[in-house]
Design a protein around this ligand. Structure first.
Ligand code: NAP
Length: 498
């Protein structure tokens, strides 16, 4: 624990020591004292959370008190006790803790974000220096509840508040702005202790938490699921590079109502919309561009100051843009494989550029419907050998992740260009087959980055830093391929937080 603190303290001067994770805290104290003597710049919080409160300490309240008093004597400036411990202690014992440290009185709710006022009322029966309330977000709106609660009390009390859970990210990033005096994060990536929890490095480097202020504009990618989305990494990097005072969050929305409620209350100035809400959001928009209406799907929303929602479809630009750089689209013969959302964006976008589009899809009826709506043709797989294409676009999920499937066999690839919209892995099997067949290839990254760049431009009015965006997405995908386990989460609680 001290080694880890040593490695962190230069970058993060506020460290929480979870003494309940130690088998024998007594043997730790000399090391803790030495560390704190050596690092006067460090501010240490000592916590010895009891098992009944979600920690690991199995001793009595009296033993917990003794450990915390020793930690304070070693130089920990803050000690943390839960409301239940405070209820069990005598007033004189609480005073003893306060005489030698700053007392954080905490309450954790591992299931909900409910009854905050009632809990806070109970907490205020005890004398404490900082009141910490940590709940679990089961909806995006729970963040609104937490932040309104912080705003209401933070001018009179020192408050710390955040929501755990993947849906609680808004409160982790915006909690300081709402009045939380500090926040918590995992010490290092990979030590995240709950879905959606962020490491200290991510909070600082990706979300730039120290720069978030009242003027910071808030954007996010909304979908279900959302944990694997690369949009936060890409758009936060773009905001940073272009010095835009904005932050971009992953919004795990379980319903469109929850999402919109949150958008209007935070407020969130812009949304990137992903599965499964691209179609559903269209009915909620006050207005949208012609492409959104044609495609019937919206992936970009702008919220006006009055709360009106305007929709755009940048997926079309994400497909047409990279292709257009390689070949003239007017009159080009293009095969689109798939008839879902991405295929619709491709077909409508390419038809609008004058391309001759053929659609091949697993379910023929879906291909026929899209062809009727867009004026494109359908094609049977058995007829492919009769045609040569300028470009083939894969708009199916075939080849995603570890899937070995490809939408076509090598001998069926007769095209100058092959564009695989799948971007994870970076180089799909389909692209490898296409190269072996002599075709030029375009990776799905190009679509992802181009549609994101267009979003950036719509939201900020500035040209997007395309190279930076491509670089961070590629790096993140390489990292995800190299350490797939780091995307997973472990249990609740950790040895050392910063
Ligand atoms: P979607 O709406 O669910 O459509 C999926 C399409 O793929 C449907 O036409 C479906 O055919 C077909 N399909 C699904 N499984 C198949 C299988 N096992 N064999 C053959 N065909 C199959 O999905 P979407 O939103 O269009 O996305 C499709 C893919 O595009 C995604 O998986 C993603 O990899 C990629 N994408 C990339 C980006 C980017 O930025 N690069 C953005 C969006 C999407 P049926 O009609 O028969 O069901």
């Amino acid at each position: 624990m001290v080694d880890k603190a040593e490695s962190l303290v230069r970058d993060y001067s506020l460290l929480e020591f979870r003494l309940d994770y130690l088998k024998t805290p007594a043997t730790f104290f000399p090391k803790l004292k030495k560390f704190l003597d050596m690092h006067p710049e460090a501010t240490a919080i000592a916590t010895c959370r009891r098992a009944v409160n979600g920690g690991r300490f199995r001793g009595t309240v009296a033993a917990q008190l003794a450990i915390l008093l020793k930690a304070a004597a070693c130089g920990c400036q803050f000690v943390d006790i839960e409301l239940e411990t405070a209820d069990a202690l005598k007033a004189a014992d609480i005073e003893k803790l306060r005489r030698c440290s700053t007392l954080v009185l905490s309450h954790h709710d591992f299931k909900h974000t409910k009854r905050l006022q009632e809990t806070f009322g109970r907490m205020r029966e005890h004398p404490a220096d900082v009141f910490k309330i940590v709940t679990t977000a089961t909806s995006l709106y729970d963040n609104v509840v937490m932040m309104k609660f912080l705003q209401e009390h933070s001018d009179r009390f020192q408050m710390v508040g955040l929501c755990m859970g993947e849906q609680g990210i808004i409160s982790r990033v915006l909690g300081l702005r709402a009045g939380s005096v500090f926040t918590f994060a995992a010490a290092t990536p990979g030590e995240e202790t709950a879905p959606g929890q962020i490491s200290a490095r991510e909070l600082r480097d990706i979300y730039r938490i120290e720069q978030v202020d009242a003027a910071t504009r808030v954007y996010g990618v909304a979908g279900d699921p959302i944990s694997q989305s690369l949009s936060p990494v890409m758009l936060n990097a773009a905001f940073r590079r272009e010095n835009v005072n904005a932050v971009f969050l992953g919004l795990h929305a379980k319903s469109i109502e929850d999402l919109l409620n949150c958008v209007q209350n935070i407020p969130i100035q812009g949304l990137s919309v992903t599965m499964p809400y691209k179609q559903e959001i269209v009915a909620e928009l006050d207005n949208s561009d012609a492409l959104t209406q044609k495609v019937g799907a919206c992936n970009t929303v702008v919220r006006s100051a009055e709360g009106k929602l305007y929709g755009f479809n940048t997926d079309v630009a994400g497909i047409v843009g990279p292709l257009e750089q390689k070949l003239a689209l007017s009159g080009a013969r293009i095969l689109v494989i798939g008839a879902g959302g991405a295929a619709r964006a491709a077909v409508f976008g390419l038809k609008a550029r004058g391309a001759e589009v053929s659609i091949l899809n697993r379910t023929a009826a879906n291909a026929q419907r899209l062809a009727r709506q867009s004026g494109a043709k359908t094609i049977k797989r058995t007829d492919l050998k009769k045609y040569q294409f300028d470009a083939i676009i894969n708009a199916t999920p075939l080849g995603m992740g570890t899937s070995k499937h490809t939408p076509l066999e090598q001998k069926e690839i007769k095209a100058k260009y092959v564009f695989d919209l799948v971007y994870n892995p970076l180089e799909t099997r389909f692209l490898k087959l296409a190269q072996a067949e002599g075709a030029n290839t375009i990776s799905g990254i190009e679509m992802f980055v181009t549609q994101g760049a267009r979003q950036f431009e719509i939201w900020t009015g500035k040209p997007a830093p395309l190279d930076e965006m491509r670089y961070v997405v590629t790096r993140e995908l390489q990292r995800m391929t190299a350490e797939p386990a780091s995307a997973s989460t472990n249990g609740h609680g950790r040895k050392l937080k910063t």
